[in-house]
Ligand binder design. Structure first.
Ligand SMILES: Cc1cc2nc3c(=O)[nH]c(=O)nc-3n(C[C@H](O)[C@H](O)[C@H](O)COP(=O)(O)OP(=O)(O)OC[C@H]3O[C@@H](n4cnc5c(N)ncnc54)[C@H](O)[C@@H]3O)c2cc1C
Length: 461
């Protein structure tokens, strides 16, 4: 397809119904993608420059690199180094359009989606909406703690932490000071472990410089895990070494403890343990988020959408699900594929090829996942890596972790910024400026999250 043809096709007329989101009319099939995460963007890349009108919807105007959220939370990176605007990503892709809107409902009978800005019809619909934090119904923890699922969460954690450290310098009450400088991280998976390591390094290298009035022992970091080991999806070697690294950084790791309540000052566990802390970061679970309109019978554990081996949503002819939201249940994958970036990217690429074949009436093959291994870092120069049969830990695992993450970030400028920040920090242990730009107020945040989560709550019907 020549550039000129693509241009002519895209520019032909536009919206017909007043309520519709304005889109150029097209003779080509229209593929609507909801969500520009790893899965949605990998799909866009496969469909660019093809005779298909691709419309990407996202409630944000940027893609987020979730694996580095914890570095923004601990002031190691600035937020704009790990987010990338969709319009910049698709610039030059003449058959791809972006619309900033939250999709609220799917109406499969009329091949239409309803958004908060209007409706759009589709020939093929792709759900790539990812997950939201799952507090497992514990309202007090959701109200008083903070999840770490997007860039806003990271900035909230950063502000909470810096404000509480400042308040600790003001108060004369010893108990209040302890509460303000104690941190509880819930969940011993990669996100919890990486957050605990980064916080511990903040305490070791930044606290003495920024807050000379405190001894570094003032900051207590607790990592609470419900099972008997950390990184339970990785090898024993990875799990044991991660624990060793965290202990060396003075992180207090509690196993077999399940958080049951948090009143903004006291964290309680099911076994009756209590910890005084005004900082609780929840990384212990996620649940699928997607718009209304998918029948409950196709929704499985974790609020994920059940697909067939071709990633088609069961019960639908032209609706597909990819990434964290998709559950392809088979003998080999009884719980679906792992909810990681590699799955999302591979599914996005696979579906791109499938759609091109479907449109040309060519046969398609079932999705096959290639496990490329797992990596996690615990502070600077220490990481664990499981690459098939190859398991290694320490400096080389950390080097590999750094290279893989750096190369995966969208945008050359972002990669440069992150690389520069890491290089400075490698030699100086310095992090980015620790500014409190806005007042952090958990109660206000809880109110706005409750409102915006209406779609999530309704999503399984
Ligand atoms: C803190 C953290 C650390 C992680 N670390 C790693 C790691 O080290 N390695 C790894 O492989 N994986 C990691 N993951 C997991 C990885 O980020 C996810 O598996 C991956 O992001 C899933 O991609 P996705 O495209 O399915 O969803 P997402 O990347 O979550 O994207 C979903 C997109 O959909 C949009 N959206 C949702 N609902 C709507 C709607 N109704 N309307 C419009 N837009 C909508 C969202 O705005 C978002 O842009 C981590 C996750 C977290 C939270």
């Amino acid at each position: 397809m020549k550039d000129k043809d693509i241009h002519n096709n895209i520019l032909k007329s536009s919206c017909k119904i007043a309520n519709d989101i304005c889109l150029p009319d097209t003779e080509w099939p229209r593929v609507v993608i909801i969500g520009g995460g790893f899965a949605g963007l990998a799909l866009v890349e496969k469909l660019k420059h093809k005779a298909i009108q691709v419309v990407l919807f996202d409630k944000n105007n940027f893609h987020q690199f979730q694996p580095l959220l914890y570095q923004v939370a601990t002031s190691a990176l600035e937020p704009d180094s790990i987010v990338f605007p969709f319009r910049k990503q698709i610039s030059g892709y003449k058959n791809v359009l972006f619309r900033l809107a939250e999709v609220q409902e799917i109406q499969p009978s009329s091949n239409t989606i309803m958004t908060n800005k209007g409706s759009v019809s589709y020939d093929y619909l792709i759900l790539a909406t990812g997950t939201a934090t799952n507090f497992f119904g514990m309202d007090t923890v959701a109200e008083n703690g903070l999840g770490m699922k997007d860039i806003r969460d990271s900035l909230n954690i950063r502000h909470m932490m810096l404000q509480n450290l400042e308040q600790a310098a003001i108060t004369c009450d010893d108990e209040e000071r302890d509460a303000l400088t104690n941190f509880v991280i819930v969940g011993g998976g990669p996100a919890g472990v990486e957050m605990a390591g980064a916080l511990a390094e903040f305490c070791k290298y930044i606290l003495p410089k920024d807050y000379p009035e405190y001894p570094s022992s003032i900051m207590n970091i607790y990592l609470i895990e419900a099972n008997k080991e950390l990184l339970s999806t990785m090898s024993d070697k990875a799990s044991i070494n991660t624990l060793k690294y965290l202990k060396n950084l003075n992180v207090k790791v509690l196993f077999n403890e399940v958080v049951s309540d948090y009143d903004s000052t006291i964290v309680s566990t099911k076994s009756g343990k209590t910890i005084l802390a005004k900082n609780l970061i929840w990384t212990a679970g996620v649940k699928g988020q997607f718009p209304k309109g998918i029948d409950k019978k196709y929704v499985v554990k974790g609020n994920r959408i059940k697909t067939d081996p071709f990633l088609k949503v069961e019960g639908h002819k032209n609706i597909f699900a990819i990434g964290d939201i998709a559950a392809l249940i088979s003998e080999k994958t009884p719980k679906g594929h792992p909810q990681v970036a590699q799955t999302a990217i591979q599914q996005g690429k696979y579906l791109g090829n499938s759609i091109l074949n479907i449109i040309q009436d060519k046969p398609i093959k079932p999705f096959k996942y290639k496990d490329k291994g797992a990596l996690a870092t615990v502070g600077k120069r220490k990481a664990v890596a499981d690459l098939g049969k190859l398991e290694f830990v320490g400096y080389f695992a950390w080097l590999l972790w750094s290279i893989v993450h750096l190369m995966s970030i969208s945008g050359f400028r972002n990669r440069l910024m992150v690389g520069f920040n890491w290089a400075v920090s490698y030699f100086t242990y310095e992090k980015s400026n620790r500014l409190i730009i806005r007042n952090f107020n958990k109660k206000e945040i809880s109110k706005s999250t409750t409102n915006s989560q209406t779609t999530v709550k309704n999503s399984s019907h």
